[in-house]
Design a protein. Structure first.
Length: 501
């Protein structure tokens, strides 16, 4: 490969990224030049640096690509915190037998192995050892740099081109846009009979959304114009979720997701963030939280995924915030009652990719629209038995956040729902739409977790906490017209109750 790409022999060449480098956005055919602040000229240098790092450490990595050998790019690499994969090994070919022999690349006293979950002699990773039973923007990552800085080497000088350098893959946005129909009886139905193929990329989406989403990708933020936005902004969190390829289970359709969540509980020992399940799809994933209240990024863990409803709870350790961040990060005030009604005014508030709050005032058009998502090609989660909130105007299908009143009290989680659409005779494609999830469903669950109700224990931030048991019916319910329900035998008394409600 050195001869093909006209590089010197002995350089550290990325043949396949693997999980850790692909998570950082390092492409194939790259040459690693610097790692954790130390120059890398051969494989032994990389192993030496790696042996000094502990699990969960975030260190800079500098590389060049064979197509742009005079342009250096920097990214942040997160050392794998879990036992998704076996310890690093070196394979050497035995010329006499023709076989490749393997040995551990790191010494047994290396911090990376000592801090690991698995013993050194265990060479098989596991996806399920830490997971107990219990989940805007999904997109497969193909960019060259997720959160790095691109530099160009010209005559020995390095000139920065700017942060968040990325290629044309539009990292950070969920693919596509769902064309929904709201039928007369209040159903939210994904239109699967579209004959015209729509473009999935955000930069080719409707021009109506382009202006709004330019800020979502980091354009100059708009100054807060409402009390609700200023009140709720310190409680918002940006999610970055990575799913290891070895754990792509349960029909997960991508390895990287972005989304906005809201802090629903914050104390000295535990913080809880609510988010939709199209951002946190499965518990076996690496979750990083970026806080709007303070420029800090910390890891988190998935502690609850509702089996039917489209929301999840993620826990973080408040002690990881530090004193400065802990003084400004807080939980949102939840307003489960009274329930929203048709014609009510709400504020839709979310975060841009630059962690700036974006909001608009909207009107509730349907406070109880039934979600009806068809089955996908493969078995996977889909929201069922839910009534959601519809608005007259929003920021498009790639914007998530919360719905609040004029005082910034959260009335609903504005979440993303995943579905598949089939265009004519072509195969199904991933799409999503956004709707409001009433906050009382989440509030009830948070109260049960924090009050210590009976349930199976779960270790969260070093403390055993009971997790509530959810009772569900193994049925899928669909709405119907009252006129048809009367024909099925629904009494007049119940009809009056439903109409009054």
């Amino acid at each position: 490969m050195a001869r093909n790409f006209r590089f010197n022999c002995g350089l550290v060449y990325v043949s396949e990224q693997g999980y850790m480098l692909s998570r950082a956005g390092v492409p194939r055919h790259s040459i690693i030049k610097k790692f954790a602040g130390e120059g890398i000229s051969r494989l032994e240098d990389l192993i030496s640096v790696l042996s000094k790092l502990s699990r969960g450490a975030r260190v800079p990595l500098e590389y060049i690509h064979y197509k742009q050998r005079h342009q250096r790019k920097s990214v942040l690499v997160t050392i794998d915190r879990h036992e998704w994969y076996a310890p690093p090994q070196i394979y050497k070919r035995d010329d006499r037998s023709g076989l490749w022999t393997a040995k551990l690349a790191l010494q047994q006293e290396s911090p990376l192995l000592i801090s690991g979950i698995y013993p050194v002699e265990n060479h098989a990773g596991s996806c399920s050892s830490e997971v107990s039973p219990k989940d805007y923007r999904p997109e497969q990552v193909s960019q060259e740099s997720t959160d790095g800085v691109t530099t160009m080497e010209i005559s020995g000088e390095l000139v920065a081109e700017g942060p968040n350098a990325q290629d044309d893959s539009d990292n950070g946005t969920k693919k596509g846009r769902v064309e929904e129909n709201s039928s007369e009886d209040g159903n939210v139905v994904a239109d699967c009979s579209l004959n015209e193929r729509r473009e999935e990329r955000l930069d080719e989406s409707r021009s109506v959304e382009d202006t709004v989403l330019r800020d979502y990708h980091g354009a100059a933020p708009v100054e807060a114009t409402s009390v609700a936005e200023r009140v709720i902004e310190p409680t918002l969190v940006m999610f970055e979720v990575h799913v290891p390829s070895s754990c792509m289970l349960d029909g997960v359709h991508s390895q990287q997701f972005f989304g906005t969540g809201v802090i629903v509980y914050h104390s000295q020992t535990m913080g809880l963030v609510a988010v939709d399940k199209n951002t946190v799809a499965v518990p076996v994933s690496d979750v990083m939280l970026s806080f709007a209240a303070f420029p800090i990024e910390i890891p988190a863990e998935v502690v609850f995924l509702h089996p039917f409803h489209n929301f999840a709870l993620v826990a973080y350790d408040p002690s990881a915030l530090g004193a400065a961040a802990a003084s400004v990060v807080r939980a949102a005030e939840l307003l489960p009652e009274p329930a929203l009604r048709r014609g009510d005014s709400v504020f839709l508030v979310g975060l841009s990719r630059s962690l700036q709050a974006t909001s608009r005032k909207s009107i509730v058009t349907n406070p109880s629209a039934a979600v009806n998502i068809g089955s996908s090609d493969v078995p996977r989660y889909r929201a069922t038995n839910m009534e959601v909130i519809e608005l007259d105007t929003d920021f498009g299908s790639t914007f998530s956040g919360v719905l609040t009143d004029e005082r910034g009290r959260v009335q609903a989680l504005w979440g993303s729902f995943s579905t598949q659409l089939k265009y004519g005779s072509s195969s199904s494609e991933e799409h999503q739409f956004v709707r409001g999830i009433p906050i009382y469903k989440i509030s009830q669950l948070v109260d049960r977790i924090t009050s210590g109700t009976e349930g199976p224990p779960r270790l969260i931030n070093g403390l055993q906490r009971p997790m509530p048991c959810i009772r569900i019916l193994e049925v899928e319910l669909y709405p119907t017209l009252l006129s048809k329900a009367r024909s099925f035998g629904l009494s007049d008394a119940w009809i009056q109750v439903i109409c009054y409600f």
